[in-house]
Design a binder for this molecule. Structure first.
Ligand code: RM4
Ligand code: MN
Ligand code: MN
Length: 432
């Protein structure tokens, strides 16, 4: 039995207020879905099974390159972060695992972190390495790169850090390491484009060889720009796929939705990576420009739906050996991170539910007949279905809140932690 940080009586009382309306809305939805030949209960089971990991770095207030405006009661260390993640899970019931980032979340006794997670009802998802910053006391600098650095000693240091992250992940019971690489150049001629990539692949190969067993995955991120603006070593899915293919079957590509140019067709990339057997996972968020990490589904929910549409299609075609891992990767500059993360997990489940509503036999017919209007309308029909009562009912049945943000506000959790956690500083810009 998990230790609850929000008094279950508060959730129960809040749920009681919304119970009648939800029962009516759920019944109405079930009736309208049944007219479309869809069993609402079966849909609810599938939606309830979708789990999304929460990033430990997402529960702190983020910033822009210019400034960070701290929020009240920000977590000071990994144990505080776990508490916030536990609240997200207690209310939302969609996020049972946390993704840690090292060295940000490193402590001497990682087993204590695992134990605390267990107490709070949390498990651990992919661990993340960080060679995009220098740490105090670090022997060699990453100013000019890490895994792709021209100097073999710097590369070895970066490889060793990643292997250390894997060991920490083992202590937590995690099964994947995610690498996002900041390496690249700002000037034409600064680095040798081909050799830098070769060095990256060699380094990643060394990390892959150090994975504990066959069940582990090495998830490689790509990003089109920043902090390198002229050339980024792993700038796109093509480079990422080449690396994953060169390294071996445990290496897969991770699609961070925010790591693309604004009008990129991400669902097409998803389809390609599935075909290649190399789609390892997602960092979900929404984005206007690239790596601005807005809340998933907050700007363009249709785009999120189209991504999930590819996933459901692949699942039903049995087009993969394993489903990709789903994680959020967001920066919350203006909102309470706990609220944003609950709403984002809900957005992911919503997109999944809508994708499950697509009538794929009918869609295939429209595609065969080249009935463009009806094919497009088929997808929009699924997207337009308001599955809000289904998502709320899934939470309620799992012991969560019908309205997670409402229950959270009622609980006074933020005020309580603000009273005991030291105020964090707002100086300087921040990446997350
Ligand atoms: C990067 C990338 C990584 C995350 C860092 C903090 O842009 O998305 O996943 O580890 O930000
Ligand atoms: Mn990411
Ligand atoms: Mn990012």
């Amino acid at each position: 039995m998990a230790e609850f940080l929000i008094d279950p009586a508060i959730i129960e009382a809040h749920n009681r207020q919304g119970a009648d309306a939800l029962a009516q809305d759920y019944e109405a939805l079930a009736r309208s879905l049944s007219r479309r030949g869809i069993d609402c209960e079966a849909l609810l089971q599938k939606v309830s099974a979708l789990e999304i990991a929460v990033p430990s770095w997402g529960v702190g207030t983020g910033g822009t390159r210019f400034a960070r405006f701290p929020g009240p009661g920000e977590p000071a260390d990994i144990f505080d972060k776990l508490e916030d993640c536990a609240v997200i899970q207690q209310l939302g019931r969609a996020t049972p695992r946390v993704s840690l980032h090292f060295p940000w979340d490193a402590v001497a006794d990682m087993a204590a972190v695992k134990a605390r997670g267990l107490e709070l009802g949390l498990g651990f998802d992919a661990v993340n390495s960080n060679t995009f910053q220098d740490q105090p006391g670090q022997r060699l600098s990453y100013k000019f790169g890490s895994l792709s650095h021209a100097d073999a000693e710097v590369r070895a240091q970066a490889v060793a850090h990643n292997i250390d992250c894997v060991r920490k992940g083992e202590a937590l019971g995690a099964r994947a390491l995610t690498i996002w690489l900041a390496d690249g150049s700002n000037f034409a001629g600064q680095s040798h484009l081909a050799r830098a990539f070769e060095r990256y692949v060699e380094s990643v190969g060394a990390i892959e060889a150090a994975l504990p067993d066959e069940s582990w995955r090495l998830l490689l991120e790509y990003k089109n720009f920043e902090p390198a603006f002229y050339a980024t070593v792993v700038q796109d899915w093509g480079s990422c796929l080449l690396a994953a293919q060169a390294v071996g079957h445990r290496a897969r590509c991770l699609v961070d939705l925010g790591h693309h140019a604004p009008s990129t067709n991400i669902e097409l990339i998803v389809a390609r990576l599935i075909s290649a057997g190399k789609l390892g996972g997602f960092h979900l968020n929404d984005s206007r420009f690239g790596d601005d990490d807005l809340d998933a589904g907050s700007v363009d929910p249709f785009r999120l739906f189209l991504v999930f549409n590819e996933l459901v299609d692949a699942e039903q075609r049995q087009a993969w050996d394993e489903a990709p891992a789903l994680m959020l990767d967001q920066s919350h500059n203006l909102t309470d991170p706990i609220e944003s993360l609950m709403l984002s997990a809900d957005a992911a489940r919503r997109a999944h539910a809508q994708a499950l509503l697509v009538d794929r036999a009918e869609l295939a017919d429209h595609q065969t007949q080249n009935d463009v209007a009806m094919a497009a309308e088929n997808l929009r029909c699924a997207f337009r279905t308001d599955v809000t009562p289904l998502l709320a009912e899934a939470r309620r049945r799992a012991g969560g809140a019908i309205d997670p943000v409402g229950a959270y506000r009622l609980s006074g959790y933020r005020k309580n932690v603000a009273a005991r956690r030291p105020l964090s500083t707002g100086s300087g810009g921040g990446i997350v």
